[in-house]
Design a protein. Sequence first.
Length: 202
Amino acid sequence: MSEPPKFEVIDRRKMKAEEEKEMGQAPAPPPPAPPVPSEPAPGPRLVVNEPRKDEAVEEPVAPVEEQELADAMPPLPTAQESQDQKAAYDASAQRLEDLIRAQNPALGPQPPMGFEHLVQQFYVTAMLQMGAGTQEGQQPRIDIMGARATIDMMGILAEKTRGNLGEAEDRMLQSVLFEARMAFLELTRMMTVQKAPPPPPK
């Protein structure tokens, strides 16, 4: 009977390490494991809209002029101080009115001031600055820059009171502002169309 064949188990790792050692090479590190892609979790996700790098984030900043004006203003009076001052002002105004009516008995009581008086004052001032009311034969005195400032103030009044006026008050203010601006346009057109005076002789 023949003997069964003998099997010899050879460790290939030892052989490879010995070969690399002989060749002066270090054993190659194992290859890195491929990254496992992360799958999004099921269900709703929160999406945050972040501004792009090229977009500047605008922050509300108070106008510099308003801040400087607020810093330069004195502190507000208290409610009691305002009330006392208003009472003293009303008493002084009443004494003045009584004095005037004593000297002029035919003069009736003065009507209370209202919003229409403020608008009328602005309008009359602007028209006078543009030469209205000049007597016949006299040279009109025109303050065109003063008229522009008065009309601009009327525009500010219209802007700041938008939504706080009654229908009649708003209509009156808009009409007066329109008329004042039209008069300003006509006057400035006349001033620019006029021929320039000839240069003085040499």
